[in-house]
Design a protein around this ligand. Structure first.
Ligand code: SAH
Length: 252
């Protein structure tokens, strides 16, 4: 390949799969105004969209359809909503309990699991979660929502997952877990457990994934006592975000 032909390759425009709008963004004439600086910046930087483009739009918590970008300024974007006719994709029947990962991994994990269709997420403290992670700005409701929002746009979904923070393991296991396990199968991923993670189950499931250092033996005992089953994914130890993706893909 000559230098000229390399230069001639156009920059690939990255167009978002769906632009998610809040019902509150839409005026009486069917125009949606986006004024949140992060989202306007994102439209400029990532979406690579231009005025006149027809795009897939979704209404938060509602339908999916088509719209047109009318204008994209420095501080606001305006879309014309053309039609809204499709339902969002089916959610996964899972409540995911994730030992709080380090902030960067948290951001990516939230985005990935949202894209995969998880609608209930609990972030849990366990012994091997570093206490400082609980101070991270990534846990501010606005930041969490931003990551969920990106996951929804990626997967063409409109329904925000609900995220709960559980800062103490023992009260979670004793007071919350029995209730969460009602009518659900409980599984926790832990290397070295005797059973392999089941495949293609359709059941409503509560799935627990440990921190980078894994669950400690005391936690494994408490989860077993609560009626959860420990499952492994084979002899390779995966990063939390890879393990979560592998578990969800295998289970559902
Ligand atoms: N260092 C820990 C593993 C931590 S991996 C150890 O050796 O035990 C982080 C989390 O991802 C684990 O707590 C578990 O929930 C999940 N995970 C990663 N690889 C896994 C595997 N092969 N089997 C089951 N769970 C796994």
């Amino acid at each position: 390949m000559t230098l000229n032909s390399i230069q001639a390759i156009p920059l690939k425009r990255s167009i978002m799969n769906l632009i998610l709008l809040d019902l509150a963004d839409i005026d009486a004439d069917g125009y949606a105004w986006v004024r949140d600086p992060r989202r306007v910046r994102h439209l400029h930087e990532v979406h690579g969209v231009a005025s006149g483009d027809e795009l897939t739009l979704g209404i938060l918590g509602g339908a999916i359809g088509r719209g047109r970008l009318i204008s994209l300024g420095e501080h606001e974007a305006c879309f014309e909503v053309i039609r809204l006719e499709l339902s969002p994709p089916a959610p996964l029947p899972v409540h995911l309990v994730l030992a709080l990962p380090r902030p960067r991994m948290l951001a990516r994990s939230l985005e990935h699991v949202t894209a995969l269709g998880v609608k209930h997420i609990t972030l849990l403290h366990t012994r091997r979660v570093e206490k400082s992670y609980w101070q991270s700005p990534e846990l501010a409701p606005g930041r969490i929502r931003d990551h969920l929002w990106l996951g929804l746009e990626q997967a063409r979904d409109t329904v925000l997952p609900e995220v709960t923070l559980e800062r103490r393991f023992k009260p979670f296991v004793e007071d919350r877990l029995p209730e969460l396990l009602q009518g659900r199968r409980g599984l926790f991923a832990h290397p070295g457990m005797p059973s392999a993670c089941p495949r293609g189950i359709g059941d409503d499931t509560l799935l627990l994934v440990g921190p980078e250092g894994g669950f400690i033996p005391y936690e494994v005992e408490r989860l077993l006592d609560a009626g959860c089953q420990g499952v492994h994914l084979g002899e390779r130890i995966l990063r939390v975000e890879t393990a979560v993706t592998a578990l969800l893909a295998r289970l559902f």
